[in-house]
Ligand binder design. Structure first.
Ligand SMILES: Cc1ncc(COP(=O)(O)O)c(C=O)c1O
Length: 362
């Protein structure tokens, strides 16, 4: 029996602090009362700052998982009879395509290998080829492999084309977004329970003035996920009030710890620590060093070790790791250093991982 808490090394939901967990108990509150409006506006005002976006974007909060934010962003950016260009090199790019198709939106795709960052020139060519593109969509950090896409360069290609640039920053929020302030981005999708260290249940999109204007021109494709409804009324549907409390607390904690600069530095330090361990243990990383994120590392399973046996051995030692997705599920596993994780538990990971690999081979 372990005497320390189980550490989640999956890419969200992430471990949270006691303070954030305790916030769930702030008490009952009707979302039509001024206290909730204050809470909501505090969060909406803080989110662009937490992502280093400056004051140009407006936040819309929606109760749901990250996919709700993706779906809201796509369907609220494309006018009737127009299409979306999806920059796709992973499971979440695929999901963007599924979302658009499920709403009957025309999809064009710029596809690249899962281990290769998207090519801005390919996006330029696709925009020249298709004159109906209302939004270009790209995943910033592809959680599938731990790969970072060049959103700054793609944003420059999209700017001036008349299309909105939409990014899924869900697993990079306040972790990887070092360059968001410089990116010409119209819609940013995020969630409470990854780099912000809140609890699952609230997602958001951050919208530029151009995207706010676009929202008014698109058809209502969904009753629940129509961004225009959230601009008209702050809470058109019952929100997860207690999860908002937790997000509010997580944001306060984030700012008290030094905000965006401190959080992203922490993630860089964690990545360096665990990747040193992987190297000493002889574990091979799929993605080239130049393109790696600061959280997810996609590792080859050692010879003679199955994912399930490694997972179970590590769990006995206090850590939850994550399987590969899709075509990578048999030969790879992922370790993600997201959430409130005591430093000493990350230091102890090397021993746990070494012992688990031996035991799993056994
Ligand atoms: C990049 C990215 N986009 C979207 C999602 C979907 O989020 P959710 O599972 O909260 O719907 C995830 C989840 O891990 C993600 O990593």
């Amino acid at each position: 029996m372990m005497d320390e808490e189980l550490i989640l090394l999956n890419p969200g939901p992430a471990c949270t602090s006691q303070r954030v967990k305790d916030a769930l108990l702030r008490g009952d509150l009707c979302h039509r009362e001024p206290e909730f409006t204050d809470l909501l506006f505090r969060i909406r005002e803080a989110l662009p700052r937490c992502l280093n976006l400056g004051g140009t974007h407006e936040a819309i909060l929606v109760t749901g998982s990250g996919t709700a934010a993706m779906e809201m962003a796509v369907i609220s950016s494309v006018r009737e009879g127009r299409g979306v260009l999806v920059v796709n090199n992973g499971v979440y790019g695929d999901r963007m395509i599924k979302i658009a198709r499920s709403h009957g939106i025309t999809v064009h795709e710029v596809r690249s290998d899962w281990t290769v960052p998207a090519d801005p020139e390919a996006v330029r060519r696709a925009l020249a080829e298709h004159d109906d593109v209302d939004a270009v969509v790209c995943v910033h950090h592809e959680t599938t492999t731990g790969l970072i896409n060049p959103i700054k360069e793609i944003g420059e290609v999209v700017a001036g084309s008349g299309a909105l640039f939409v990014i899924d920053a869900i697993s990079g929020t306040a972790i990887e977004d070092q360059d968001l302030a410089e990116v010409r981005v119209d819609v940013v999708c995020g969630t409470a329970n990854k780099g912000l260290h809140g609890l699952p249940g609230m997602a958001f999109i951050l919208c530029s003035p151009a995207s706010i204007a676009r929202v008014q021109e698109v058809p209502e494709r969904s009753l629940y996920l129509n961004a225009a409804s959230y601009l008209k009324s702050d809470v058109p549907f019952t929100p997860a009030v207690q999860v908002c409390y937790a997000l509010d607390e997580a944001i306060e904690e984030f700012e008290a710890q030094g905000g965006f600069a401190a959080r992203t530095k922490l993630y860089r330090e964690r990545a360096a620590l665990v990747r040193g361990q992987f190297e000493r243990l002889g574990l091979k990383i799929l993605v080239d060093e130049r393109f790696r994120s600061n959280t997810v590392t996609m590792l080859h399973l050692p010879d003679g070790v199955t994912y399930q046996s490694l997972h179970d051995e590590l769990k006995k030692r206090g850590y939850v790791v994550y399987a590969g997705q899709g075509q990578l599920s048999n030969d790879f596993f992922r370790i993600c250093t997201m959430g409130e994780i005591p430093w000493h538990r990350l230091e102890q990971l090397e021993r746990a991982l070494g012992e688990s690999i031996e035991a799993a081979r056994g």
